[in-house]
Design a binder for this molecule. Structure first.
Ligand SMILES: CCCCCCCCCCCCCCCCCCCCCCCC(=O)SCCNC(=O)CCNC(=O)[C@H](O)C(C)(C)COP(=O)(O)OP(=O)(O)OC[C@H]1O[C@@H](n2cnc3c(N)ncnc32)[C@H](O)[C@@H]1OP(=O)(O)O
Ligand SMILES: NC(=O)C1=CN([C@@H]2O[C@H](COP(=O)(O)OP(=O)(O)OC[C@H]3O[C@@H](n4cnc5c(N)ncnc54)[C@H](OP(=O)(O)O)[C@@H]3O)[C@@H](O)[C@H]2O)C=CC1
Length: 498
């Protein structure tokens, strides 16, 4: 019998960020392995014209929950959506709901965050720092609370090269920043942000570091643990390989490369690609929840959920495998035949952006304009280049994360739990994982049918022929202009003809 699965039986669990990438996989695994849990409270905001109930139904009826619907047919009754906005005071939760949460919750998993790199500092502080502080305050009023698990990121200290499982202080106290945000106007925040952020590359990583400090400072008597995943990718094994549903991190780049938009990216092929499958993160999270509640460690433990020091893979190997998977499993509606490489220096990057990214987009827009359609490719390409510029920081450096606590926890699990809640990334076969990842992007993110593969291959052959034709015409025109202007070129031409 799994001790972890049994532990969650009969429990009332509160999850923030339940509608996000990690949140959905967390609920899925909880409901599948502990169908006898009492209730999962999820804090959800109405969004994009959907009510809370519609949002929950969408999740439960999705492909990801296929197995859960078999194991736990009453899953609808297990999940109780509570209307909440983490940007509001008391999260705008009604009095009755708040009362129920305070009196019943046993475990909290805090996943909600803004993961945008370019978010305004005020908004990032509000969600990643102030909301964490408020949730801790709520937790301190919960008499039945056994554990509070905070999801952070391995990049919260990306300004360091070697990172231990400890909290590193930021130069300005988070409380001071929270207070200042109340009276600083946006102009002041914009001016002061670079100074506050120092060598953090974006507001996301900086505010996640502040969030950890808040957890440490406000932990009081709570049983708290922090999990720091690196770049979270598609599922490795559960509930099935390759599931992914957003464009964050590598996902958007795989789409852009597979559709032929992405031709070159500034990256160090030898830098470690510290990817971690989302089901591995969730298995560790559930194991940490159990361990923190049952063993009650004296201090707040931090768990690195990374792959680099146990089973490293670099961007070069990953890129090659992504491209070779496109040969077998091409994406539909490609703009150009997929082909991309890594560039190293700034001059090459500018050259490749002009020649391989902007020029084809402009040519295609001219074609759209000439055929009476709205040009859109240049705009799309500019967006892609902006996204790449934000990701570059993470693909040109390597970090070392120590994983003592994570390895300690692995050794504490029974063989049964090690199997059901596997977070041993040493068993991961990268080539197989990446192939399933690309396949998952095609099936679950782009919603493409496998039956369309022959047609997609034919489309790529057509694109190849257009490419050859275009190059031939371009070469002939260039050559014709050259021989019209240069005696040497004319001599070469007559020599060849002769
Ligand atoms: C030797 C051979 C070499 C071969 C090379 C070829 C290889 C191919 C690929 C290999 C993979 C390499 C990839 C490297 C990726 C590395 C990632 C590192 C990430 C480190 C993360 C740290 C981990 C974390 O803790 S947090 C989680 C990560 N967070 C994010 O990723 C968020 C990043 N996103 C943002 O900050 C924003 O979305 C931003 C700034 C990028 C874009 O903002 P903008 O306002 O312009 O757009 P949005 O409003 O967000 O969206 C508008 C529109 O665009 C669509 N979109 C969004 N993101 C992407 C994207 N990445 N790609 C494509 N499209 C995107 C979005 O859906 C919207 O579409 P609509 O139709 O308008 O709704
Ligand atoms: N994805 C990754 O690569 C990594 C993620 N992490 C961490 O994991 C956690 C989860 O990330 P991930 O699942 O990828 O993120 P997502 O962006 O997919 O999900 C974010 C979640 O937070 C919720 N949320 C955002 N703002 C509010 C608000 N004002 N009120 C209520 N809920 C809100 C979102 O709800 P809604 O659906 O309404 O927007 C969504 O459920 C984060 O803490 C992140 O820092 C760490 C390392 C890597």
């Amino acid at each position: 019998m799994s001790m972890i699965a049994a532990f969650y039986g009969g429990k009332s669990i509160l999850i923030t960020g339940a509608t996000g990438f990690l949140g959905k996989v967390l609920i899925e695994k909880l409901c599948r392995t502990s169908p006898d849990l009492k209730v999962i409270y999820i804090l959800v905001r109405p969004k994009a014209g959907h009510t809370l109930q519609q949002r929950v139904s969408q999740i439960i009826n999705s492909k990801l929950f296929e197995k859960v619907r078999e194991v736990c047919p009453n899953v609808h009754e297990k999940i109780r959506a509570i209307s909440a906005d983490l940007n509001q005071n008391d999260f705008a939760i009604s009095k009755e709901d708040m009362q129920e949460l305070l009196s019943c919750t046993n475990i909290i998993f805090h996943c909600a965050a803004t993961v945008r790199f370019d978010d305004h500092l005020r908004h990032a502080v509000q969600l990643n720092v102030t909301a964490t502080q408020q949730l801790l305050f709520m937790a301190s009023q919960m008499p039945k609370l056994e554990a509070f698990i905070h999801i952070s990121t391995a990049f919260s200290n990306c300004n360091l090269k070697h990172i231990d499982e400890v909290i590193y202080p930021c130069s300005v106290e988070p409380k001071k920043i929270i207070d200042s945000m109340e009276w600083w106007d946006d102009a002041i925040v914009d001016e002061i942000a670079p100074k506050l952020m120092g060598d953090w590359p974006n507001t996301y990583t900086y505010t996640k570091a502040l969030g950890e400090m808040v957890v440490q400072q406000e932990s009081g008597n709570l049983n708290i643990a922090i999990i720091r995943p690196s770049i979270v990718g598609a599922t490795w094994q559960e509930p099935f390989p390759g599931w992914v549903d957003n464009l964050n991190g590598p996902n958007g780049m795989i789409v852009a490369a597979g559709r032929g938009f992405l031709r070159a990216i500034r990256a160090s092929p030898l830098a470690v690609a510290d990817l971690i499958p989302v089901d591995t993160v969730i298995n560790l999270t559930l194991a940490v929840g159990w361990y923190t509640a049952v063993h009650r460690p004296k201090s707040t433990l931090i768990y690195h959920c990374t792959s680099g020091n146990l089973n490293p893979c670099n961007w070069g190997k990953m890129g090659c495998q992504v491209l070779s998977t496109f040969e077998k499993i091409p994406f539909e509606k490609a703009f150009r035949r997929p082909h991309a490489d890594f560039t190293a220096n700034t001059i090459t990057v500018h050259y490749r952006n002009a020649v391989s990214h902007r020029a084809p987009a402009m040519i295609y827009d001219i074609y759209l304009w000439l055929t009476g359609r709205k040009p859109r490719m240049t705009k799309l390409m500019n967006r892609l280049l902006r996204t790449i510029s934000m990701l570059e920081y993470f693909i040109n450096r390597s970090w070392e994360w120590s994983t003592y606590n994570t390895e300690m926890l692995m050794s504490e699990l029974s063989p049964e739990d090690q199997r059901i809640f596997n977070f041993d990334v040493r068993q991961l076969n990268w080539l197989e994982y990446i192939e399933n990842y690309v396949l998952g992007v095609k099936k679950y993110l782009l919603k493409e049918d496998m039956a369309g593969i022959p047609e997609a291959k034919q489309h790529l052959r057509r694109l190849q022929n257009i490419y050859y034709l275009f190059n031939t015409v371009f070469f002939l025109i260039a050559w014709r202009l050259l021989i019209a202007r240069s005696q040497i070129a004319r001599n070469v031409w007559f020599f060849i003809m002769w």
